[in-house]
Write a protein that binds this ligand. Structure first.
Ligand code: AMP
Length: 351
């Protein structure tokens, strides 16, 4: 067990790291962020910050020595250099990180456990295009296997002509059938070091331009009807990986049941509502899990919870948002406003 007062290392310096560090502080831990960017919004709320590159073995080793446990808030941290962390435990384990970094391995992993992704085909070079198109058909979505997030590295394909006209990046790609879904939802669970698994209520998620816009809890009757199957896949994934911490799986709710989209081995944007809307937030339970503490209650703390992301220049409306006393505003302290950038979120409870 890692006791309050010890230091938790966080790889990655974004808003998830910031909210994890705040939860760690609440439980009396120190947090130490490691990130390559000097303007880390997580480091602003931490006692210690190492600003160094992912391939700087010396800095990673020194960071690990200062931490009782290391976690990550960003799933694109390169895995091989993390060997420099030595004996310091990394939780969730690197097996989860490796699988989630690659869309093909995450689909294969989910399929092995009985999950159903959209029909897909791997594209390792121009020679694979025709086969992929024949087996998946159109419409579809072409995605880079690695490093994509918030709709980046994705191309919608309406017809075979679109597919052939694309100037494809020289990277491994995956081509997926476009799923005709009624809505999107996510399953977020926490698994403790002792194997104890708890789920939060599943939010129904609305995306705009590939970016999460809104999460509402509880989800619709359709989401609730598909939850059993989706939760089984999430729990089996956690079990198979001997996972410790918060794990998220994203699904499309369809007439044929839940279609697996992707997994994130971390706290998730669609779980930000848990800060005010659940008895224990995803951030607090992640810290509890990786420190070997008992998990907190994940029950809903209100009849309904709505979380809306504050994206781009919507952050300028902060005063108006605060003008409604029912709003809980979270701003992440990002200096530069850019279109599509997540600047914060607003949560409202219906008691
Ligand atoms: P992703 O990065 O895979 O989570 O994709 C971002 C968003 O694009 C998803 O949340 C969906 O709204 C949409 N999307 C991704 N893949 C598909 C698909 N196969 N069919 C329909 N919509 C998709």
């Amino acid at each position: 067990m890692i006791t309050p007062g010890e230091t938790i290392g966080i790889l990655g310096g974004g808003q998830l790291g910031r909210m994890l560090a705040m939860a760690a502080a609440q439980l009396g831990y120190r947090a130490h962020v490691y990130a390559p960017e000097a303007d880390s919004i997580a480091a602003e709320v931490c006692g210690d910050f190492t600003c160094a590159g992912w391939y700087d073995g010396e800095a990673l080793a020194k960071f690990a020595k200062a931490c009782a446990v290391v976690t990550y808030e960003f799933e694109n941290v390169p895995v091989p250099p993390l060997a420099a962390l030595g004996a310091t435990a990394v939780l969730p384990g690197l097996n989860a990180l490796e699988i989630a970094q690659d869309r093909v391995s995450e689909k294969r992993f989910a399929e092995k456990l009985g999950g159903c992704p959209a029909k897909w085909a791997q594209i390792d070079g121009p020679g694979d295009l025709d086969v992929a198109l024949d087996s998946v058909g159109t419409p579809g979505i072409l995605k880079t296997c690695r490093d994509g997030y918030d709709g980046k590295g994705q191309w919608r394909i309406a017809s075979p002509a679109d597919f052939k006209a694309l100037d494809l990046p020289a990277k491994p790609l995956v081509y997926e059938a476009l799923v005709d879904f009624a809505c999107e939802f996510s399953v977020i669970l926490v698994r403790g070091a002792d194997g104890d698994v708890r789920f939060w209520d599943s939010a129904e998620n609305v995306h705009k331009g590939g970016i999460l816009a809104r999460s509402t809890v509880p989800g619709s009757a359709l989401v609730l009807a598909q939850l059993g199957e989706a939760r089984d896949l999430a729990a089996n994934t956690a079990e198979a990986l001997d996972y410790v911490g918060v794990l998220t799986l994203e699904f499309f709710a369809t007439g044929q049941g839940p279609v697996f989209n992707e997994m994130a081995p971390r706290v998730h944007n669609s779980g930000h509502w848990t800060i005010e809307g659940a008895v224990t937030s995803q951030f607090e339970n992640h810290i509890r899990a990786i420190c070997g503490l008992p998990l907190g209650d994940t029950s809903l703390a209100a009849k309904q919870v709505d979380m809306r992301n504050v994206i781009g220049d919507a952050a300028e409306d902060w005063a108006a948002i605060l003008g409604d006393p029912a709003n809980h505003l979270h701003l992440y302290g990002k200096a530069a406003v850019r279109p599509g950038r997540k600047m914060g979120h607003v949560t409202r409870l219906t008691l």
